[in-house]
Design a protein around this ligand. Structure first.
Ligand SMILES: [Zn+2]
Length: 405
């Protein structure tokens, strides 16, 4: 019997992320899985339902954006929807991801104060899209006066801190699918003009609270992530045993070393996200150098901070700007002697670790999912426009295909 492969991608410059460039390899795909990576000579003799000649193209894992707000905040902020069309707007955002070469995201449901779609309905909408989506549930605190709390458990309402008891955090932990912004240790500016958020950046949880909430998540077998800015505030979460620090604006080199020792991950947002100056390329270099598992994420859709590098022409960043966000950092890292593959791990392998899917995605490897992009060159280094991503394959199926031959 002759085995018929579903898909063979041959003759490309293959970037598995686990090893240096493979110039002479072909990927054999069956049932949505990478079954083998073989020499082109061998692939030449095999048959498949579809054979892609990727000559001249880079073949690499689909990109992963491990911190987005596409199901919730972007639907109101970008699409201006309020009612049942929220799920349509979310689906439209998810398609934008796929068209931008992003095959998996870590999205957030924080109980937007205006939109009342329950997280279960967004999870259902997400299941019907061609994208791997993990949802973090959480409580958010906006730095208005007085402070405004929201929670994934009661979307469409403004709450107070007294509404958030231990039982509440236990339910949130049970619903959460990855350590995203499960809690806010500092109040967010939430993309609002600064006069409306005078408490933006203010610490809203003290050490005892943070320990208690971290322990609730851990007791339920869940990792916990937090939105944090400011050195002292970051330290509280480190000491409480937190798992993932989102933004980490203001982290010091000593803290990066402690995070590396304690296996605490960082999600950098070099274009903003808090009331402070965003992560600089130098800070991200320090984190990587210390050994912190670090990812860069879009926090889509997010207005660009005035001190963000290389984003002058943009007011707000979304999925299609992912590569552009990375450019100043990647260029700096390369100048410091880091190789391109290690840079790209921040938007593939490391991001997969943050959303807890490193066994399935984030690199090209036998028995991993066939989530693959074909590009005219190396993302970020050779291009930042998503038009140069000419094919997107998700679970072994060609989902986006542009003319490239
Ligand atoms: Zn965020």
């Amino acid at each position: 019997m002759i085995l018929l492969w579903d898909l063979i991608i041959k003759n490309g410059r293959v970037l598995t992320m686990d090893s240096p460039w493979e110039q002479n390899k072909s990927l054999l795909i069956k049932d949505g899985i990478i079954v083998d990576i073989v020499d082109n000579d061998l692939a030449q003799r095999l048959d498949a339902n579809e054979i892609i000649d990727a000559s001249g193209l880079v073949v690499m894992p689909g990109l992963i954006d491990c911190h987005t707000h596409l199901g919730e905040y972007a639907t109101e902020g970008v699409h201006k929807v309020r009612g049942k069309s929220q799920k349509m707007a979310a689906t439209s955002n998810f398609l934008d991801c796929l068209k931008s070469g992003v095959t998996a995201i870590g999205d957030h449901h924080l109980g937007h104060s205006v939109l009342s779609t329950p997280v279960g309905e967004l999870k259902e909408a997400a299941r019907n899209t061609v994208l791997t989506i993990k949802f973090a549930t959480g409580t958010c605190c906006v730095g208005t006066e007085p402070l405004a709390y929201t929670s994934s458990l009661r979307p469409g309402n403004i709450l107070t801190y007294d509404d958030l008891d231990d039982g509440h955090f236990a339910k949130l932990a049970a619903e959460s699918e990855f350590p995203g912004e499960n809690i806010f240790i500092t109040a967010t500016v939430a993309n609002l003009p600064s006069n409306l958020v005078p408490n933006g950046g203010k610490r809203i949880l003290e050490s005892d609270d943070i320990f208690r909430i971290v322990n609730i998540f851990h007791a339920l077998g869940k990792k916990i992530g937090a939105h944090i800015e400011g050195t002292e505030n970051i330290q509280l979460f480190i000491e409480a045993g937190g798992d993932v620090i989102h933004h980490a604006h203001g982290a010091t080199i000593d803290q990066f070393e402690e995070m590396a020792r304690k296996n605490i991950y960082m999600v950098a947002t070099p274009h903003g996200g808090t009331s402070r100056a965003p992560n600089t390329p130098q800070e991200i270099y320090s984190a990587l150098n210390a050994g912190v598992t670090t990812a860069i994420a879009t926090d889509s859709y997010l207005p660009v901070h005035s001190e963000a590098l290389g984003m002058d022409d943009l007011e707000v960043v979304g999925p299609k700007d992912f590569l552009k966000i990375c450019k100043p950092t990647f260029e700096y890292l390369k100048q410091q002697g880091m190789n391109e593959i290690d840079c790209l791990k921040m938007i593939t392998t490391n991001a997969a670790k943050i959303i807890g899917l490193e066994a399935e995605i984030g690199s090209l490897k036998t028995l991993k999912k066939a989530d693959i992009i074909l590009c005219k060159g190396l993302p970020v280094f050779d291009f930042t426009d998503t038009e140069s991503i000419v094919m997107v394959i998700k679970n072994g199926l060609i989902e986006i295909s542009k003319d490239f031959q």
